[in-house]
Design a protein around this ligand. Structure first.
Ligand SMILES: [Zn+2]
Length: 342
């Protein structure tokens, strides 16, 4: 299976939702809280069918955007009850801030079948639904190139049943900036190579959207670095550095001011420029980063023009560590299914 479409959606207040679709109609969603980020959608490659779904969902802005708004929860949630793995009370209290319920994820793309708690970067107990081998397998692939410390922001890991959504990550609650959820489509979890790329892609959305990366109080006019339609990335953030390196002002000016993924523009840029790793990557700077990061981690062969994108990550030892772990796991040189530009 080749991955040909993906969408990312960014959602308003303190959040983004990214979703991306794979060749067979699978989509990956990544989300955060409402209010900072709005929606971004996009697609790449020849196939944009599942994109539309993402677009619809993303085109709504702000509060009524289901996933993000529904992520809000009350502090008395009991999800901490079964989340413990012998950790202290404080930890359990933190966990209790995240709602282990389908509404946290949203079910636009299919029913949620399993939610596991994540504690201290390690998969914990099932807290909703039925145990899922596919979810466990997906976690294993995430675990393969990370260590628990790198997974600390993730508080929930879930499975959904969807023909369109391949995985999903986003805010675990509207109350904080630093807690995330990732979900995967259990129907799409059998292509392990693709799943590896997907997990790396989604994880990159998490670590580029952590609170220290942006200032949500700055608007476009006062943002000295990259403003994505919802938040101002700080000059020393990964995304701002990425935009500096690879996105010209002209390209940025062509992006929808709404922050949406620029599907058509992505295809145009991809046609013209072999440096992009597929038209989905060319649809939005953050998708560009995510695709390239997955290529970097798993040693995909890329055109010479795209090599600087992979080299970018060499400047960050903490990001190189992901690749090193993938290599140590024997997972490098995976097939490049991201699509070819130029
Ligand atoms: Zn994405």
């Amino acid at each position: 299976m080749s991955r040909s479409t993906r969408t990312l959606l960014l959602i308003g207040l303190f959040g983004f939702l990214g979703l991306f679709a794979l060749g067979a109609g699978t989509v990956v969603v990544l989300g955060t809280r409402t209010d900072i980020f709005e929606s971004v959608t996009g697609s790449s490659g020849s196939d944009s069918k599942s994109l539309d779904e993402g677009a619809t969902r993303q085109s709504t802005s702000g509060d009524e955007e289901s996933t993000a708004s529904e992520m809000s929860r009350s502090d008395d949630d009991s999800s901490g009850d079964n989340g413990s793995s012998g950790t202290n009370r404080e930890r359990q209290d933190e966990t209790a801030a995240v709602a282990c319920e389908p509404d946290t994820i949203g079910e636009e793309d299919g029913p949620v079948v399993a939610i596991y708690e994540v504690e201290d970067g390690m998969l914990g107990d099932l807290c909703f639904g039925e145990a899922s081998d596919e979810v466990l397998q997906s976690w294993d692939l995430l675990d393969e190139f990370t260590d628990p410390e790198q997974l600390l922001p993730i508080k929930l890991f879930a499975g959904i049943e969807s023909n369109t959504v391949f995985a999903f990550a986003g805010p675990a609650s509207v109350d904080t900036y630093d807690e995330f959820i990732i979900a995967v489509d259990v129907f799409s979890a059998d292509d392990l190579q693709e799943l590896r790329l997907t997990m790396a892609h989604e994880l990159s959305h998490v670590f580029t959207q952590e609170p220290e990366q942006f200032d949500e109080t700055l608007r476009r006019s006062s943002c000295d670095a990259y403003y994505n339609g919802y938040v101002c990335f700080l000059p020393d953030s990964y995304i701002a550095a990425w935009v500096d390196a690879f996105w010209t002002q002209e390209m940025l000016d062509d992006l929808p001011k709404s922050g949406s993924i620029d599907e058509e523009g992505g295809e145009d840029r991809c046609t013209l420029d072999r440096a992009f790793l597929g038209s989905y990557a060319a649809s939005h700077p953050e998708e560009d980063f995510a695709e390239a990061f997955s290529a970097f981690v798993y040693g995909l062969e890329v055109p010479d023009e795209a090599e600087p994108r992979l080299q970018f990550f060499e400047a960050y030892p903490e990001l190189v560590a992901y690749r090193d772990r993938a290599i140590a796991a024997g997972q490098t040189g995976l097939p490049n299914t991201l699509g070819q530009c130029g």
